[in-house]
Write a protein that binds this ligand. Structure first.
Ligand SMILES: [Mg+2]
Ligand SMILES: [Zn+2]
Length: 171
């Protein structure tokens, strides 16, 4: 039996690509925290989604790890930094998933988008209803990864603003 206040059905999440959506994507890898710049207004917009009842889940390909450009620790540090900004603003990101693989190094994996494993992990871990979830990404492969798990998506231009919920739902 579920406790009071625990939602049984319809838990929803906003899945987010990272580079070019949350932070400025220079078109190359973000190799360090020093190179990581949050795009203007992102934290405020994420708070609006959070306050509208969406869990926030980041799903990001980080093949630079496989390529030896940076380490998993670097990525964890960057995600801790983002989480700190969110916590300061009064909310938090529920989960960060990243795929460290590149097919030339570790061979094919299921997590690298357009693979759907990161999205599926989020759906399972948080008992989400895919039809109530959404992904925002700047590459078609972000949307393809989510679509394979039954989650719809919104494609934005790289480094453009994340739409607010009302902007998405009037589309
Ligand atoms: Mg991206
Ligand atoms: Zn992977």
């Amino acid at each position: 039996m579920k406790k009071m206040g625990e939602s049984v059905v319809g838990r929803k999440a906003l899945f987010l690509d990272r580079d070019g959506v949350i932070n400025h994507d220079p078109g190359d890898y973000t190799k360090s925290l020093a190179e990581f710049t949050v795009l203007p207004g992102v934290i405020e917009t994420l708070k609006v989604w959070h306050d509208a009842g969406y869990l926030l889940i980041v799903v990001t390909n980080q093949a630079g790890i496989d390529k030896g450009l940076y380490t998993e620790e670097t990525v964890h540090g960057i995600h801790q930094y983002v989480q700190g900004l969110c916590v300061q603003a009064g909310f938090s990101i529920a989960q960060f998933y990243f795929c460290p693989h590149h097919p030339d190094f570790s061979g094919r994996c299921l997590c690298r988008k357009p693979g759907s494993l990161m999205v599926e992990k989020g759906l399972h871990k948080f008992d989400l209803d895919p039809s109530q979830c959404l992904i925002i990404g700047d590459k078609q492969r972000d949307l393809d990864a989510a679509a394979a798990a039954g989650v719809g998506g919104v494609l934005i231009e790289t480094n453009d603003k994340i739409p607010l919920p009302e902007e998405v739902f009037e589309m």
